[in-house]
Each structure stands twice: as structure tokens, then as C-alpha cells.
Design a protein around this ligand. Structure first.
Ligand SMILES: [Zn+2]
Ligand SMILES: [Zn+2]
Length: 99
């Protein structure tokens, strides 16, 4: 048997829904346009979305504020909210296209 005491179930991520707190999703262009980066290029040691440490070979994308996240994590995040999870720096919104 490993890990006797249950770890307090924190299911907060399931609370993220469209409009649940006025979140505006990012545009697909903004998401696709995030800069790719290698693990060594990020200032962060872990992804603020999933709290996992970056490992060599992980796909990393940088927000305009230059913070790095796992590609899959920040993509998922931006489809709900267009602001950086750490500093709330916004990227283009889906309904806010500049021409
Ligand atoms: Zn992550
Ligand atoms: Zn940021």
C-alpha cells in the first residue's frame, strides 16, 4: 500500500467553463502563433497550468509575456481564457480580430 491519506480532491479545473467568470477565449490565430521554445529557453521550471516540471523534449510554447507552458496546456487554457495564467497578459480574443 502506498499513500495512505487521500490527497484533498481539488477538482477546480472542471469549473473552467465558457463564460463562467467572464473569460474570453483567445483566437485560433493567437494560439497557433505562440512562439515555440525549447525547455532550456524557458525561465520557468514548471508549467503553471498543470504544475508539472518541464522535461527535455516537452513541447513548449511561450506567451507574449515570454513565460513558457506546455503546448497542450496553454492551448487548452487559451481556448477558455485568453490571459496568461500567471500574469494575465492577454492575447488576441476570438471576437477581437484586427485587420
Ligand atoms: Zn503543463
Ligand atoms: Zn504571463
Amino acid at each position: 500500500m502506498r499513500g495512505g491519506n487521500g490527497d484533498g480532491h481539488d477538482d477546480r479545473s472542471s469549473g473552467y467553463r465558457y463564460g463562467s467568470f467572464g473569460a474570453v477565449p483567445a483566437s485560433e490565430e493567437a494560439i497557433a502563433g505562440l512562439e515555440e521554445a525549447a525547455v532550456e529557453e524557458t525561465r520557468e521550471a514548471e508549467c503553471a497550468v498543470c504544475k508539472e516540471s518541464f522535461e527535455v523534449g516537452d513541447k513548449i510554447r511561450k506567451m507574449p509575456c515570454s513565460r513558457g507552458y506546455h503546448e497542450s496546456c496553454i492551448f487548452r487554457w487559451l481556448r477558455i481564457s485568453r490571459t496568461c495564467p500567471l500574469c494575465r497578459f492577454p492575447v488576441s480574443a476570438a471576437d477581437d480580430r484586427t485587420e
